[in-house]
Each structure stands twice: as structure tokens, then as C-alpha cells.
Write a protein that binds this ligand. Structure first.
Ligand SMILES: [Fe+2]
Ligand SMILES: [Fe+2]
Length: 147
């Protein structure tokens, strides 16, 4: 993967992570259950760390991070309002799992293509594992809404 392609990918992830900060913050506000609301606020803070570590990688390469707009709605085929919790926690968690799985899939893909950039390799792994932990928590919480 050449530098230009890696830069395009980094901006794509940067935008996705920004979208996730906004989404989970909106969901935290929409949720009435305090445990859910607090967890989503905490996850939003972790997504902000992803925004920051990707921005740093972009700047290290002499560029400014570029926000590409709404990445999530086209990915899920849903509007932001729908994803933000209007349908209740069960459907919200399901959509969030779909989104996290997409992010994980794409992080894994990029990890395979970063070559010998050890620092970027480690950052992508960190972000991937956070998304895996989010997915696991969402899936576990979803069980409480089953039946
Ligand atoms: Fe993230
Ligand atoms: Fe996540």
C-alpha cells in the first residue's frame, strides 16, 4: 500500500471515529438507563482517543486530518437519528455491533497492509482491540433484552 493510499485510509478512519464519538455521545443522552448512559459516555471517550491517535499519525506525515463527513449512515443504510436511539436500546445495540464489526474488519485489513511502520501497526491494533471490547460489551448487554 503506498503512502497516498495509507493517508486516504487514515482520513477515512479518522472520520469514522469522529462519527462514533458523536453517535455514542448522542446515544448516551438518549438512553434513560444510567448504566447504559454512563457506558456509552465512557465508550465515546475511548473513541475520542482513537480520533486523537489517528490525527497524530496523519500530522506525523505532514498533513492535516480531513473530515470526510457522515461515514456511518451510508454504511448502515440508516439515518443518524435512527441510529441515535429513537428505536430503543435493543435495536441501537444491534446497529452499534454492526458498526463496530465493520470498523474491526477494516482495521484488520489495514493492519495487514501497513508494512514496517511499527508505530502505526501498534495504534491500529490498540484501536481494533478497543472496538472488539465494545462489541463484546454490546453483545453481552443485548442478552438482557432478549426474549
Ligand atoms: Fe474507535
Ligand atoms: Fe468502538
Amino acid at each position: 500500500m503506498n503512502d497516498r493510499t495509507i493517508m486516504a485510509k487514515l482520513n477515512w478512519f479518522y472520520s469514522l471515529e469522529l462519527n462514533q464519538v458523536d453517535l455514542y455521545t448522542a446515544q448516551a443522552h438518549a438512553l434513560e438507563d444510567i448504566y447504559l448512559a454512563k457506558t456509552f459516555a465512557r465508550i465515546a471517550a475511548i473513541e475520542q482517543q482513537h480520533v486523537d491517535n489517528l490525527a497524530e499519525e496523519i500530522k506525523k506525515r505532514g498533513k492535516e486530518p480531513t473530515y470526510l463527513g457522515d461515514i456511518i449512515s451510508p454504511l448502515l443504510g440508516k439515518t443518524a437519528g435512527t441510529i441515535s436511539g429513537l428505536l430503543g436500546p435493543k435495536l441501537m445495540l444491534k446497529m452499534d455491533i454492526t458498526l463496530e464489526e465493520k470498523a474491526m474488519h477494516d482495521y484488520k485489513n489495514l493492519i495487514l497492509h501497513v508494512g514496517n511502520d511499527r508505530h502505526l501497526f501498534d495504534i491500529l491494533w490498540d484501536n481494533l482491540l478497543d472496538e472488539d471490547l465494545h462489541t463484546a460489551w454490546f453483545a453481552n448487554k443485548l442478552k438482557e433484552f432478549a426474549g
